[in-house]
Design a protein around this ligand. Structure first.
Ligand SMILES: O=C(O)CCC(=O)C(=O)O
Ligand SMILES: [Fe+2]
Length: 277
């Protein structure tokens, strides 16, 4: 299992993100991509098994929600050795109520496939002050509400529509003056992230993972190249969090997972009720 280095801690605190090079090996990439080759033709609101086609209504591409249902290669990402220690460390809460019923909780997991002309507009940032994605470091420990791993399943270079971040914006007290509120959730026009002052477009090799606190102001560049960008995002927070969307893991998935993984996708396995002694 990859350990969290002193430099990881320093850079995550300083910038709100780190990049884990080669988080996935060649075989993992092949297996994950093979599954997406089959799934990528499902339409918005269509199901493929327990995976759901989803779109915010704009030009953000197709999300394959509940991608951890898509087979073993995606199940393995739940507690993958390349980043699980980072999630435990940055979400934090060891030995406290935050980990009382489990180590972590994944409140959303999806693959995203984006073609030419598609992007996700700029969103998030510390000035919003949201509980769900906040960044906090106190008493020598991290306490982040939501930390994402964003994995590149294909190389992402210039023109490919890379993720765009404003480094250190997880600590900013002031809304970026060029931030035009993204209408992603309403399906309206998306304001582009890539032209903003101090924005950084993140280029990654297939298999690299971007770990970032969700309060970092971010979005993506518009894809202008042919072909498609493929990424996977798993969002981790404390065990007492709840699902972002009205999806739940299937019984079949839960029965295949290890105890540790079960706790991360559904923290209370043994529900206490008077009828369930
Ligand atoms: O598509 C991207 O590059 C950014 C995705 C995103 O906004 C997120 O994972 O929170
Ligand atoms: Fe985001």
């Amino acid at each position: 299992m990859k350990k969290v280095s002193k430099l990881d801690e320093y850079l995550f605190d300083l910038n709100g993100y780190i990049i884990i090079k080669n988080a996935l090996n060649k075989k993992e990439l092949r297996d994950l991509n093979k599954i997406l080759d089959k799934l990528k033709n499902i339409k918005n609101k269509e199901w493929a098994g327990y995976v759901h086609g989803h779109n915010y209504g704009g030009k953000e591409g197709l999300n394959l929600q509940q991608i951890y249902e898509a087979g073993k290669p995606f199940e393995n990402l739940i507690d993958h050795p390349s980043w699980i220690n980072h999630m435990m460390h940055f979400v934090g809460g060891k030995g406290t109520f935050d980990q009382h019923h489990g180590p972590l909780f994944i409140d959303e997991n999806f693959a995203n496939i984006r073609g030419p002309g598609e992007a996700i507009g700029i969103h998030s940032g510390n000035p919003e002050g949201l509980q769900r994605n906040h960044y906090r470091y106190q008493e020598g420990k991290f306490h982040c509400s939501q930390v994402n791993i964003l994995l590149a399943l294909k190389d992402i270079g210039p023109g490919d529509g890379g993720t765009v971040i404003i480094p250190a914006s997880h600590k900013s007290n002031i809304q970026h003056p060029e931030f035009k509120n993204n209408k992603m959730l309403k399906g309206g026009k998306v304001s582009s992230a890539e032209g903003m002052t101090s924005a950084k477009e993140v280029y990654m090799k297939a298999g690299d993972g971007l770990v970032f606190v969700d309060s970092l102001c971010h979005g993506s560049a518009k894809r202008i190249n042919k072909g498609e960008r493929r990424i996977v995002v798993y969002r981790y927070g404390p065990s007492w969090g709840f699902f972002r969307h009205p999806y739940r893991p299937s019984k079949q998935l839960l029965s295949r997972l290890s105890k540790f993984q079960q706790k991360i996708v559904m923290p209370h396995q043994n529900v206490l009720t008077p009828d369930n002694k």
